[in-house]
Design a binder for this molecule. Structure first.
Ligand code: 26V
Length: 813
């Protein structure tokens, strides 16, 4: 690394000169960021090469984590932290008149994901490398990531996110490792000389998958794994062929090239609705085919028999989006390596493992048979064969049970069911929190669980404490180290040592002071970015996640309307001032979610500008919620809103980031909230609302009537009526009629009204308890102390030992 500060300064100045042709006094912040990033990448590269050589030499099993999304966040700060040079670099830059924080802000946030699923993948990569495990990510290098959200007149407007505009300094293009991916065309069965049936393809479109490798450096060790992002390009052969073909118009060629390259053009910004779009299926197969070919090549370099493939390679699929890994590996083994079906199936099925991230039926992927057949003819043949053999196996086990076969089949009703394919073609299926896994086993995937009980297991999600505590909240991190020593950084479970100090009033005060300082800085940020002045001594009540009906931002919004109305009617109503903070993107076509964004912004407009209440309530909707924004909000949060309809949120991971930063959860018994509650106990969390059992029972019986709640609870009625009658919120418009209708006319799918009363009570309790700062800080401490269990290091250790069967290669620390 660097010998010291002076050595760093010299290397940095040299990099500025050689890369950008500038001297320090000429360099902009962007220049300085690019030079620093590129210098660090050079330094990381030594260990990167060493890690790769070591993997080859030791023939260690490699895990490939296939994911359509990696929500990495900015990499500069994280790499400095993991390489243990942060303070030195900060001081060196200061000597040169540069501020590290401003340099960090110059980096575009690579938003190659929608939300929880993509961010989980990024936390996992950090943990894999930090634990010295051989695990790599395979994803797509989308030219445009998650859209940039602007709020205009209270409405969400989407702008393209051209994240590559400033140069992504961490990536290395590897044209030598490009592979060809094929679409469309025809398949012919041909008998070879020995009389074996083989398959030939013709008239297909081919696209070049070019990898861009991003190093993933572990914390305080020498492991550097790889995030390999694939980019679609026209092949050189196609280019030449068409250039020399005089019949082909140049414009036609350009159109053809554009159409091929559109595959890695943009990320689908929808995490709520499976739409069956052809381009999305192309993206999925593109990732899968490129990734499997590349993993197979790496295995072949070991010169081992195919029978040892699953001892050396694990292919993990992050939800069903990369489920075509299963037929693609079958295709390669049979058509290219000439293995028979049984052998290929044995290898495939013992190499693939699958994580389910949602039980929402509208998000479960299915593809029309016609589309799969025309776009991926050979893959379709293989899926068909897998399905037929599977159905035959079911028949032999339980002859005549047509219903069972129909409900388990991979192809049914003209659709290919990706979850079914994933379960049948893998050896492990896991949910992402205890409750979620139970719901999979007893409801959503009950019959599959009965068929393959040994495949199902739980892996409760986690988050990397390096980014979310050590990097995002340095003062808190330092206080923890002063209190319990340094070793929690390597073993986050040791954060429980803090519990020994929970009666130490001066420590509790310090925790309170750090939170207060973070709130101050965040208030500055809010003022600069929105013009809204918020009181740092008010309760910072935070609801940050994608906007979705089941996540119930609407419940929070209605409660603010209720408080506002109460304050207006009774100005002496006693409440601790509160700042309600929201950050949320809606899928562009999700009409209801967009209405909720408009409602929150309308409430903000009314409340923030009303002199009667503005010292008591403020509402802030921050635009463009992203990883880098989350890093600013989370350390400043007092109350963490985790209020999904019980049974709907598979896990949640924001809940973990917030508790780790000393926020107290206000939530339902859903997802990982259940396990947070089990850890911190009743005094350190605010629970309310229906249980998942009650919710599921209501769905089963249809016994819920939201109108009954509306009619019997005056608070509900008064609040809802303001959406449609003349009020400061409706301003006589019909803007919010749809929201009202969803709640009253269409029976409130997400039980907002049913849970309203108990939510008010829980909020009231928060209001009371916050007034005793010593007690509140103790709740904070208990939450921080128990958050180590939710480090993704724990999660990844579980995946490593009980799913993938891998051990650390190098643990040099
Ligand atoms: C779904 C779909 C549907 C098809 C179109 C494209 C697309 C893209 C993403 C998704 C993801 C939905 C699943 C998801 O993000 N689940 C979240 O996973 C988190 C990590 O396990 C978990 O904490 C959240 O509770 C869960 O909602």
């Amino acid at each position: 690394m660097f010998k010291g500060k002076e050595d760093f300064k010299q290397a940095f100045c040299e990099k500025l000169e050689t890369k950008l042709g500038k001297q320090v006094d000429m360099a902009t912040e962007l220049d300085a960021y690019r030079a620093l990033g590129s210098l660090l990448k050079d330094k990381i590269s030594k260990n990167w090469l060493r890690t790769n050589l070591e993997h080859e030499k030791s023939q260690q099993k490699q895990v490939y984590y296939f994911s359509m999304e990696f929500l990495m966040g900015r990499l500069l700060g994280n790499n400095l932290l993991n390489m243990q040079v942060l303070s030195m670099v900060q001081e060196g830059l200061a000597d040169l008149g540069l501020d590290l924080t401003s340099l960090e802000e110059s980096e575009n946030d690579p938003g190659l994901g929608n939300g929880g699923l993509g961010r989980l993948a990024a936390c996992f990569l950090d943990s894999l490398a930090s634990l010295g495990l051989a695990g790599h990510g395979y994803g797509i290098r989308y030219k445009y990531g998650m859209f940039d959200q602007r709020i205009i007149d209270g409405y969400q407007v989407e702008l393209p996110d051209h994240w590559l505009s400033k140069e992504f300094v961490w990536e290395v293009r590897q044209p030598g490792d490009a592979v060809e991916v094929r679409f469309g065309g025809e398949v012919h069965g041909v008998k070879d000389e020995q009389g074996n049936l083989t398959f030939e393809y013709s008239n297909y479109d081919r696209v070049n998958a070019v990898p861009y490798d991003v190093p993933v450096a572990g914390y305080n060790n020498e492991t550097v794994n790889t995030l390999r992002l694939w980019s679609a390009e026209a092949t050189e052969e196609d280019t030449l062929l068409r250039a020399f073909n005089h019949q082909q118009e140049y414009n036609d060629f350009l159109a053809h090239k554009r159409s091929l390259e559109s595959i890695s053009e943009f990320l689908y910004p929808d995490d709520s609705n499976e739409e069956g779009k052809q381009l999305r299926l192309k993206q999925e197969y593109f990732l899968v085919s490129a990734g499997v070919q590349s993993a197979v090549r790496a295995f072949e370099r070991l010169e081992l028999p195919w029978s040892s493939f699953s001892e050396k390679v694990a292919l993990h699929i992050n939800d069903t989006h990369p489920a075509l890994v299963i037929p693609e590996l079958m295709r390669i083994l049979m058509d290219e390596k000439h293995l028979g079906w049984e052998e290929a199936w044995e290898i495939t099925q013992s190499s693939v493992s699958y994580t389910n991230h949602t039980t929402l039926s509208e998000a479960l992927e299915t593809w029309p048979v016609g589309l799969v057949r025309s776009l991926l003819p050979r893959i379709f043949m293989i899926i068909n064969e897998i399905n037929e053999r599977f159905c035959e196996m079911l028949w032999n086990k339980d002859p005549g049970n047509f219903n069972r076969i129909a409900s388990l089949a991979i192809i049914a009703d003209g659709q290919v069911k990706m979850a079914h394919l994933s379960i049948v073609g893998s050896y492990s299926v896991n949910g992402v929190a205890k409750l979620h896994t139970e719901i999979l086993k007893t409801r959503e995937m009950k019959i599959f669980y009965e068929t393959f009980p040994e495949r199902f297991n739980n892996k409760t999600n986690g988050i990397t404490h390096r980014r979310w505590l050590m990097h995002a909240n340095r003062p808190l991190s330092q206080l923890i180290t002063e209190t319990i020593g340094e070793s929690w950084k390597e073993k986050p479970a040791q954060l429980t040592d803090l519990l020994k100090h929970k009666e130490d009033t001066s420590l509790l005060e310090e925790i309170g002071t750090i939170k207060q300082n973070n709130k101050h800085s965040f208030a500055e940020f809010v003022k600069e970015n929105t013009g809204i002045v918020v009181d740092p001594s008010s309760i910072f009540d935070v609801h940050i996640k994608r906007l979705h009906g089941y996540k119930r931002q609407l419940l929070n919004a209605l409660h603010i309307m209720y408080l506002y109305t109460k304050l207006k009617a009774d100005p002496t109503f006693d409440m601790v001032p509160r700042t309600f903070i929201f950050g949320a993107k809606s899928a562009p076509a999700y009409h209801f979610a967009k209405k909720v964004i408009k409602l929150i912004n309308t409430i903000a407009d009314v409340v923030n500008n009303d002199a009667d209440v503005k010292d008591k309530i403020k509402v802030v909707f921050l635009e463009n919620y992203s990883v880098s924004l989350a890093e600013k909000i989370i350390p400043a949060t007092n109350v963490s809103e985790q209020i999904s309809t019980a049974s709907k949120e598979a896990s949640g991971t924001g809940n973990m980031k917030l508790m780790m930063n000393g926020a107290v959860t206000l939530g339902t018994l859903d997802g990982a909230n259940v396990e947070i509650y089990d850890s911190v106990g009743n005094d350190n969390i605010y629970l309310f609302g229906l249980s998942s059992k009650e919710v599921l029972e209501y769905y089963r019986t249809g016994a819920y009537s939201s109108r009954q709640v509306y009619e019997s609870d005056e608070r509900v009625r008064n609040t809802l009526d303001q959406l449609i009658h003349y009020s400061p919120f409706s301003r006589g418009e019909t803007e919010f009629q749809d929201i009202y209708d969803s709640l009253v006319t269409y029976n409130d799918e997400f039980f907002v009204l049913k849970d309203f009363a108990s939510y008010i009570d829980a909020q009231q309790k928060v209001n009371q308890d916050f007034q005793n700062s010593n007690q509140w800080n103790k709740k904070s401490l208990v939450n921080i102390a128990h958050s180590g269990k939710f480090s993704s290091d724990r999660t990844i250790e579980e995946y490593a030992s009980s799913i993938w069967g891998i051990k650390p290669v190098s643990t040099v620390r």
